[in-house]
Design a protein. Structure first.
Length: 301
C-alpha cells in the first residue's frame, strides 16, 4: 500500500475538509428551524440508509451487526448521537466557524484519552507540547464566554469541546473494530445511533407537531446527511486506503478554515481577533501532535 500523498490524494483531502467543514455550515442553517435532537436523528437515519445502499450485497453486514450490535450501540452513542447533539445545541448560539474550531481539538483529547486507556499510545514530549498548546487555544476561545459581556454563552462554547472529548473516547473505543471493514463500521454505528436518536427526538421534540422547515433547511439537512456524513465517510475511507490513517488525519487542519469561509461568505459570520488567535494555537498544537514538521526539520538539520 502506497502511503505517500500525491496530487490526487491531496485533492481528495481538500475536498473532504470542505465537506466536513460544510457540516457545521449546514447544521447552522438547519438548527435554526429544526430542534437539535430531531436534526441528529434525521442526519443519522438518512446517512445510514445511504451507506446501506452503498454496501448492499457486500461485506456480510447484517451478520456482523447481529454479532456485535452492543458494540455498535456504544460506538454510535459516543461517535455520532452524543457529539452531534452537543454540537447542534451549541450551534443554536454560535456560528459554524467557531464550532468547527472548538471541535478541532478532537485529536488533542484523543491523545490524552489514549494515554490513559491504552498501553501502546503513551504521551511523548512532543505530544505533551502539542496538547498544551492546543488546550491553551481552547482556553483563549472559551475565555470570553466566562464574562457577562461575551457574545456567546459559556455553555454554547463548551458543548463542541465536550463533543470533541466524546470523539476522543470513540477513537480509542473504535480500535476494537480494526478487523471490521471500514464501511461496515460506519454503517453499523450510524444504524445504531439512529436507533438511539429516534426515541430522544420523539420524546423531546414531538416532531409531528413541528412546523415544516423551509426549503433551505431541508436542503441543508440532506446535505448534512448525504454529503457531509455518508459521502464524507466513503471519501475518508478512500483517502485512508490510498495514503494511510496518519495522512488522512490531516483533514483535521482543513475543517475549521472551510467552515469559517462558508460562514463568512454565506452566513455573514465574523471571527474576532481572540478567536483567530485561539484557532492559530489549536492549529499549531495539531501540527506538533502530527510530528511531521519536526521530523522534516530534523532531517534538514
Amino acid at each position: 500500500m502506497d502511503s505517500r500523498m500525491n496530487a490526487w490524494t491531496w485533492g481528495l483531502l481538500v475536498l473532504l475538509g470542505l465537506i466536513w467543514g460544510g457540516s457545521f455550515f449546514f447544521a447552522r442553517i438547519a438548527v435554526q428551524h429544526v430542534p437539535p435532537l430531531t436534526l441528529v436523528f434525521l442526519r443519522l437515519l438518512l446517512a445510514a440508509l445511504a451507506l446501506h445502499v452503498y454496501i448492499a450485497g457486500r461485506f456480510d453486514f447484517y451478520a456482523i451487526f447481529k454479532a456485535r450490535w452492543r458494540e455498535f450501540l456504544i460506538l454510535g452513542l459516543i461517535n455520532n448521537a452524543l457529539p452531534h447533539a452537543l454540537i447542534f445545541f451549541g450551534q443554536t448560539r454560535i456560528g459554524a466557524g467557531l464550532a468547527a474550531i472548538l471541535n478541532a481539538t478532537t485529536p488533542i483529547w484523543t491523545v490524552l484519552i489514549a494515554n490513559y486507556f491504552t498501553s501502546d499510545e503513551k504521551l511523548s514530549p512532543a505530544k505533551i507540547a502539542g496538547c498544551l498548546v492546543g488546550l491553551a487555544g481552547t482556553i483563549v476561545l472559551i475565555g470570553p464566554g466566562m464574562s457577562a459581556g461575551g457574545e456567546a454563552p459559556l455553555w454554547a462554547l463548551l458543548l463542541p469541546v465536550l463533543a470533541a472529548i466524546s470523539y476522543g473516547f470513540a477513537a480509542t473505543y473504535g480500535k476494537r473494530f480494526k478487523n471490521v471493514p471500514a464501511p461496515v463500521t460506519a454503517a453499523g454505528q450510524l444504524t445504531a445511533s439512529s436507533l438511539i436518536a429516534l426515541p430522544l427526538s420523539l420524546l423531546a421534540d414531538r416532531p409531528w407537531a413541528l412546523a415544516a422547515p423551509p426549503l433551505d433547511a431541508l436542503l441543508a439537512i440532506l446535505a448534512l446527511a448525504l454529503l457531509s456524513t455518508a459521502f464524507g465517510y466513503i471519501l475518508y475511507f478512500r483517502i485512508m486506503a490510498a495514503a494511510g490513517a496518519t495522512n488522512a488525519s490531516l483533514v483535521t487542519l482543513l475543517v475549521p478554515p472551510s467552515a469559517i469561509l462558508l460562514g463568512v461568505f454565506f452566513l455573514g459570520e465574523r471571527l474576532t481577533l481572540s478567536e483567530f488567535a485561539g484557532m492559530a494555537l489549536i492549529g499549531f498544537g495539531l501540527v506538533i501532535l502530527d510530528g511531521r514538521a519536526y521530523r522534516l526539520l530534523a532531517k534538514a538539520a
